[in-house]
Write a protein that binds this ligand. Structure first.
Ligand code: KG4
Ligand code: ZN
Length: 330
């Protein structure tokens, strides 16, 4: 049984997991940032400090489990906002030391990679995993657990960041992804012909800054009432293009590697059009359920379980690493 913490950005999350089974997963999304249109690090850390202890008490109470019944404490130690990471890390270390349990530091991206196992416990590598969230766009070949090859990544904005910025340009508010998703259902996805950027031939990298700029120019060059009238059409066209960009590279990746098993994880994997298109395209594609697409501690607990099984454990001196990367092989 693992007590897991995730505080890398603006979600405070505490979970109790056993293998791939989630006993309880409590996630609190911070609303203080909405008026700023993005996450304010100082405010995020303060909110984590305020909620992590009561949420832990509640998780243990709801599960009817006491601290001495757990086997290990898992925590995200990067990548993320340094001050946010530190709150979870200091708290996890304190709990581990007080209860004399092992500590397992987990890379947040590895947490996302393991997230589909909560709903699909029999899922095994090799597979192609696309991580798409507010902070990340990574296309990874998961050869085996802990053996990754980076196939492609974004050269500028993350996919979710592009959704958030375009939503802001269209006056849809923050967070933008779900709002674009909703309004796009009423729009014409072929209204604006956005081009898919050509990146290095055969390359599997992504770029979203071009389409973001295209939307900004469209909004600036046209009268506000026109933009207002075509908001759903612009949102739908933007979304369709981004989904096609993601699909194109995942398809290339399956062809290049011969691996047909695909997983899409992270906040943007909630996008309804993305799910629809990917399900049409791939015979074997896995999406976590909503709770586990967004940042959550359950996926950290599941990744920690596999890490522990592989004999991995972290020292109490484990630091927060804001720019932590996955260890890639060729
Ligand atoms: O994984 P996540 O909760 O946090 C990060 O690690 O970043 O992802 C949040 C991102 C935000 O950018 C949000 O706009 C996006 O996921 N998102 C969506 C949808 N729901 C959330 N993007 C597109 N369509 C959605 N339905
Ligand atoms: Zn994330």
């Amino acid at each position: 049984m693992i007590l897991a913490f995730e505080t890398s950005c603006d979600e405070t999350s505490v979970a109790l997991t056993e293998g791939t089974r989630v006993i309880v997963n409590l996630t609190r999304s911070q609303m203080v940032h909405s008026e700023f249109g993005g996450v304010v690090p100082e405010l995020a850390a303060r909110e984590h400090i305020r909620y992590i202890k009561p949420m832990t008490d509640r998780a243990l109470r709801e599960a009817g489990i006491s601290l001495h019944e757990i086997d290990a404490v898992a925590v995200t130690y990067g990548p993320g906002l340094a001050s946010s990471l530190m709150v979870g890390l200091v708290f996890a270390k304190t709990v581990a030391q007080l209860s004399r349990k092992r500590l397992v530091g987990v890379n947040h991206l590895e947490g996302h990679i393991f997230s589909p196992l909560i709903d699909f416990p029999h899922l095994r590598p090799p597979m192609i995993t696309l991580i798409v969230s507010g902070g990340h766009t990574e296309l990874i070949l998961v050869k085996d657990w802990f053996r990754y090859r980076l196939l492609g990544e974004t050269l500028d904005d993350a996919a979710g960041e592009a959704f958030d910025k375009v939503a802001r340009l269209l006056g849809l508010g923050y967070p933008g992804g779900p709002r674009i998703d909703r309004i796009a259902r009423k729009g014409d996805p072929h209204f604006v012909k956005f081009t898919i950027p050509r990146i290095k031939r055969g390359g599997l990298d992504f770029s979203f800054s071009g389409i973001k700029t295209a939307v900004r120019l469209l909004v600036e060059k046209n009268p506000p009432d026109w933009v207002e009238r075509h908001r759903a059409d612009i949102a739908a066209s933007f979304q369709e293009t981004v989904v096609r960009m993601l699909l194109q590279n995942v398809k290339k990746a399956t062809r290049m590697t011969g691996i047909k098993r695909v997983a899409v994880v992270g906040g943007v994997s909630l996008n309804s059009r993305l799910r629809e298109v990917f399900r049409e395209e791939f015979e074997e594609v896995y999406f976590p359920s909503k709770e586990y697409c967004m940042d959550n501690a359950a996926m950290i607990g599941v990744a920690a379980h596999f890490r522990l099984q592989a004999g991995f454990e972290s020292p109490l001196t484990l630091p927060a690493v804001a720019n932590l990367e996955l260890e890639y092989e060729n």
